[in-house]
Design a protein around this ligand. Structure first.
Ligand code: SF4
Ligand code: SF4
Length: 423
């Protein structure tokens, strides 16, 4: 596609890759069929191709974007199905990330939305504050359940949480340690489902991997990044990098696929920075997702359950780990039940389920309908955002677990996670 970016814009380490994405697009439209918002809305401006035009015009011109541009770019899930589908290798991620940053820096949103976005960036990235929010939501549950719009969506996701026990600080040590991996605590998962990291620690210990809590690290920065708050995202990244550099590890793990794809992209966040880019690149090269560290182990589970595995968009389109979770489940003796449209986003998409509750709810209903038609006994995924979002609308389609929780149970890790009396 022709563009008119200036030489200065092209030389910018953030705008340059966005401009390159615009130029690579030949406008063929092959990506549109894979785009969840285009599938729902059928509007060219809510397709990858239409958004590329909107983002090109916005970034080329600079300054304040139009309401229409913001409306359609905001509706993008950043699921990156379009990036995977594109035969011209258009790096849509670089373009949409830069567009979100531009909107954040040049567009004045209504006051209520600014407060909501600030709250997500400052509160949801801190587990202690999330716990307080959960407590308040539980106290006001009868009212909260009836609340419309974004606040209701946020509260209902929180209310679907069933945290079990405290966040683990210590992890089991294997008899023979093959790898010593630092584990980042993350943010919402520590408050909503601390039991996941416990299960991850046990599963990996059986494979000779010792986990060590990475003191000093917090959120990976994905939540502010999704809203174009790059300053906040970079501060979280720096915190994680500094913490990792203090010790000697064989890698760094975070147990949500959305977060691990964020860690692996740290170098780009600091592109052009002579101090931080190389440090971020070293950190990113050491980053692992659970599905990369965990190898299949053949066992016989207490019950040969039918399991639906929901592959998060971050797993499919960023980490490119398609089929890995299913292989582990099959080795663990489960019957993996395929379902229709598994490639389509469930509507969670970082902050999307809160900021775009209507479209997000439609995508969730579609996803849950497809999964229910496959009649699984258990639904499994590897991303806390998807797990909580799906649980908030799942009704009787339970239990919904992290992959590690089910593997832990199959491998003799104790009572079934959905029978825990504290649940
Ligand atoms: S498939 Fe690629 S080249 Fe074709 S319209 Fe989509 S982004 Fe552009
Ligand atoms: S990232 Fe997802 S929602 Fe956004 S344009 Fe691409 S396919 Fe559509």
């Amino acid at each position: 596609m022709r563009y008119n970016f200036t030489a200065e814009q092209l030389a910018d380490p953030q705008v340059g890759p966005a401009a390159k994405a615009v130029r690579s697009c030949v406008h063929c439209g092959i990506c549109t069929a894979t785009c969840p918002t285009y599938v729902l809305l059928g509007d060219e401006r809510d397709s990858p191709r239409g958004r590329i035009v909107l983002m090109k015009e916005m970034l080329e011109k600079g300054g304040a974007p139009t309401k229409e541009q913001v409306h359609h770019i905001d509706r993008c899930l950043s699921c990156l199905n379009c990036k995977t589908a594109c035969p011209s290798s258009v790096n849509y991620q670089r373009l949409v990330d830069q567009a979100r940053t531009h909107i954040q820096d040049h567009y004045t949103r209504p006051l209520g939305e600014r407060i909501l976005r600030w709250t997500i960036a400052k509160v949801m990235t801190r587990p202690a504050l999330v716990r307080i929010g959960l407590l308040l939501a539980k106290i006001g549950a009868p009212v909260v359940m009836l609340m419309p719009g974004r606040l209701g969506a946020m509260a209902r996701i929180g209310l679907s949480a069933r945290p079990q026990g405290p966040e683990p600080i210590h992890f089991p040590k294997p008899a023979v340690v093959k790898q010593r991996i630092a584990i980042m605590p993350g943010c919402v998962q520590g408050a909503l489902a601390p039991q996941i990291d416990g299960a991850v620690g046990r599963v990996l210990a059986r494979r000779g991997i010792e986990l060590v809590a990475l003191d000093g690290a917090g959120c990976c920065g994905a939540l502010p990044h999704h809203m174009g708050r790059e300053h906040d995202a970079r501060e979280w990244a720096k915190q994680a990098i500094i913490a990792y550099e203090q010790g000697q590890y064989d890698g760094v793990l975070i147990t949500a696929t959305g977060c691990s794809s964020q860690l692996k992209d740290y170098a780009h966040q600091f592109a052009g920075d002579p101090v931080w880019e190389p440090r971020a690149a070293r950190f990113a090269a050491a980053a692992y997702d659970f599905a990369e560290l965990c190898t299949p182990v053949t066992v016989t589970p207490p019950q040969a359950l039918r399991v639906a595995y929901h592959p998060a968009c971050s797993l499919q389109n960023s980490l490119k780990l398609n089929g890995v979770g299913e292989a582990m489940l099959e080795a663990a003796g489960f019957i993996v039940t395929p379902f229709a449209e598994s490639h389509l986003c469930c509507g969670s998409a970082g902050t999307y389920s809160i900021l775009q509750p209507e479209l997000s709810g439609q995508l969730r209903a579609r996803k849950l309908g497809n999964i229910a038609a496959a009649e699984p006994d258990v639904l499994v995924s590897g991303n806390i955002g998807c797990l909580q979002h799906l649980a908030a609308g799942a009704g009787r389609l339970q239990p919904i677990l992290h992959l590690a929780e089910l593997l832990d149970w199959a491998e003799g890790g104790g009572a079934a996670p959905w029978e825990n009396p504290k649940a």
